[in-house]
Design a protein. Structure first.
Length: 252
């Protein structure tokens, strides 16, 4: 298992994309395009479950990092996701330090946490059980998603929680809690995201964000964001088809 935590500490930019479809073939095609990490969205996608996420993981690893966004911060979801052998988890709607601490405890084996032990793909179905138990706490990344104003207001306390390896901004939900739903260019949203960015820089915690397109991603790279998810499997399929049809209609 590649070490995502160490890669995040290196401060190198990681460009990934959002996976919402139950299609290893589509995910593999996007890997061939050059994305280095994949954001498997089990929070919102009706097409992905743990079984399909694991099948996608099997074609993407070890060449790429695979991160699962769990539906919530429950112990059951976190341990099931980690047992698939993913390189990390994104936990949505982390709003307080207490919640962040609970997430870490559920994601880390003792003595750092309380993650329970089972036999699954992460452990090679038992074939490298001891090795996984020894290395998992160091290798598996725990990423807190900040996507409401409460999380922004508590960002310094959240970053102080030992075991939070990165913060990932959810700009759409964050804009909604500010009364400007979907307006990602709004100056108030830019200011609030800037507060999170500054806090992460002060604590030297890697920052990530979802970007709908390459232009938005370029701006975030220039601002020092290093964990970026650009677009989605559905979006790239639509864009490719629309571009071809637009060119054909234009020639007519």
């Amino acid at each position: 298992m590649r070490n995502l935590r160490r890669r995040l500490e290196s401060r190198e930019v990681l460009l990934g994309t959002l996976i919402t479809w139950d299609s290893p073939e589509v995910a593999l095609t996007l890997q061939k395009a050059g994305f280095s990490w994949f954001f498997l969205d089990l929070e919102h996608s009706a097409l992905l479950d743990l079984k399909s996420a694991q099948r996608i993981m099997e074609v993407l690893q070890p060449a790429s990092y695979v991160v699962i966004r769990v539906p919530d911060d429950s112990e059951t979801w976190i341990k099931h996701a980690l047992d698939t052998g993913c390189n990390g988890i994104i936990v949505p709607h982390v709003s307080t330090a207490q919640q962040a601490q609970s997430v870490v405890e559920r994601a880390k084996y003792p003595p750092l946490g309380k993650r329970s032990i089972g036999i699954a793909r992460a452990h090679g179905y038992g074939t490298h059980f001891a090795k996984y138990l020894q290395e998992a706490n160091d290798r598996v990344a725990v990423i807190a998603q900040i996507e409401d104003t409460e999380g922004v207001n508590n960002i310094h306390d959240i970053l102080d929680v030992r075991g939070i390896d990165a913060v990932f901004i959810g700009p759409y939900d964050l804009s909604g809690t500010m009364g400007i739903l979907g307006d990602l260019a709004h100056p108030l949203l830019t200011e609030v995201i800037g507060r999170v960015r500054t806090a992460c820089e002060e604590r030297k915690v890697p920052l990530g964000i979802f970007c709908p397109n390459a232009a938005a991603a370029r701006k975030e790279i220039d601002r020092g964001v290093m964990l970026i998810a650009v677009g989605s499997d559905a979006g790239y399929t639509f864009a490719g088809g629309a571009a071809a049809l637009s060119e054909l209609h234009h020639r007519d």
